[in-house]
Write a protein that binds this ligand. Structure first.
Ligand code: ATP
Ligand code: MG
Length: 393
């Protein structure tokens, strides 16, 4: 039986006049996501994208890859047959027989998008259900608690058959490219990759910036950040990563500013430099992994001090989440195991013993005034290493 992939998408259906544009973007992103696997054929109708692989043995890999593309709600393989009841009955038996073992509770659920088809949805379900019940010894029809649901969709050009249980959930969200661009401050920790994923999921293209303190942090720490970016790139297709040399700034702060202000001044530099990078790349916002109260630099007073150095919005999608919830997310998006590798981060190297938790902006500004901020920023910007990171598969 000929097999294709049905892709269902969600929110963009609600986008009125923008819908065709968003659908085209989603299709471009789909093609891009599988570019190394197969030269797929694609068409779109009735809020479903139909994908025909050129290479049948690549179909599972394609489905898996598509389950990571933002905007997609579900992905399923489906058997295709003629819109004729005899073909549908035998097709359902052939396509779902591996799932329909004796003793299994099952139901058939038909949907008739083509209203010219002579049977109603209920009639189709009953007809095919009866047929399968006859043909497979020991099946149990149970419409309330089925273990296997055979789905039949009668559409314009054909009928499609699949098992609901084999459907993969997609990421949901909006296709990348529908929501401008933002710059993610990507550390090697657990939080920032999750924050990046959450904003990218809303259709925003992301670049990433990492502050790197060679030789206080090792090459391995840098590789860890590149690895995290390449996991994120599985969802976004690629990420430009800007590695900013940060040691000189940290040493200058250490040597000239009060120890308890060190973290906040460091964070203010990070925000300022990231904003410059964002503007150079036409990104409209910054993204951080901050969450209220998680550490001293994330009290509201501290956030106010770091926020006040930038003029573009700072998106903090984790702001109200508990660490436990963030960890769950990071497992789901597959960054957790990389995030917990032990290589030190630039902040852990220069952490004061008693950071201030209730800072006053004027005091921080006074401490910061001991530095030639502009010169330090210019120097850091001049030393940026840019890496284009592709998906880690
Ligand atoms: P994470 O788990 O993301 O490292 P964290 O809980 O360790 O966060 P902080 O170290 O205070 O918190 O950092 C807060 C945010 O600042 C991070 O989520 C990240 O967005 C940004 N950040 C921190 N360190 C760096 C770095 N070395 N490079 C780029 N961004 C950073
Ligand atoms: Mg960190």
């Amino acid at each position: 039986m000929k097999e294709i992939i049905l892709v269902k998408y969600g929110e963009i259906i609600l986008k009125g006049g923008n819908r065709p544009k968003f659908e085209k973007l989603l299709m471009d992103n789909i093609r891009n996501a599988v570019r190394n696997i197969d030269n797929i054929k694609m068409n779109i109708a009735q809020a479903t994208i139909y994908i025909t692989p050129q290479n049948d043995d690549k179909i599972d890999l394609i489905c898996e890859r598509l389950s990571l593309v933002f905007g997609i709600v579900s992905v399923t393989k489906a058997g295709v047959c003629e819109k004729d009841m005899e073909a549908i009955r035998t097709g359902a038996l052939e396509y779902c027989k591996n799932a329909l073992m004796p003793g299994k509770k099952f139901k058939v659920e038909a949907k008739r998008a083509d209203k010219h088809f002579p049977l109603t949805s209920v009639e189709i379900s009953m007809d095919v259900g009866g047929y399968l019940d006859d043909k497979i010894e020991g099946l149990v029809c149970d419409v309330h608690n089925p273990e296997v649901t055979v789905k039949i969709e009668i559409r314009d050009y054909a009928a499609y058959i699949y098992c609901e249980q084999n459907k993969l959930s997609g990421q949901g969200g909006m296709p990348i490219g529908t929501g401008s661009k933002a710059t993610l401050l990507l550390s090697g920790g657990i939080d920032s990759p999750v924050a990046g994923h959450m904003i990218a999921k809303r259709g925003v293209e992301i670049d990433a910036v990492n502050f790197f303190s060679f030789p206080y942090t090792s090459e391995r720490a840098k590789e860890k950040v590149i690895d995290l970016a390449s996991i994120l790139a599985k969802y976004t297709s690629k990420i430009n990563l800007y590695i900013v040399p940060f040691t000189e700034i940290q040493l200058a702060i250490r040597d000239n500013c009060p120890e308890e202000h060190m973290t906040l001044i460091m964070r203010r530099f990070m925000m300022k430099i990231s904003e410059r990078i964002a503007k150079q790349n036409k990104a409209m916002a910054l993204i951080t992994g901050e969450s209220v109260g998680q550490v001293a630099s994330q009290t509201l007073a501290a956030l106010n001090v770091t926020n006040s150095v930038v003029s573009i919005p700072v998106l903090r999608p984790l702001i109200g989440m508990d660490k436990k919830e963030i960890v769950e997310r990071s497992r789901e998006i597959d960054t957790f195991n990389t995030s917990i590798l032990p290589y030190e981060d630039c902040c852990t190297v220069f952490t004061p013993k008693h950071p201030t938790t209730n800072p006053k902006l004027v005091n921080i500004e006074k401490s910061e005034a001991k530095l030639d901020v502009e010169e330090l920023i210019e120097k850091a910007l001049a030393g940026i290493e840019t890496i284009t990171v592709y998906p880690k598969m």
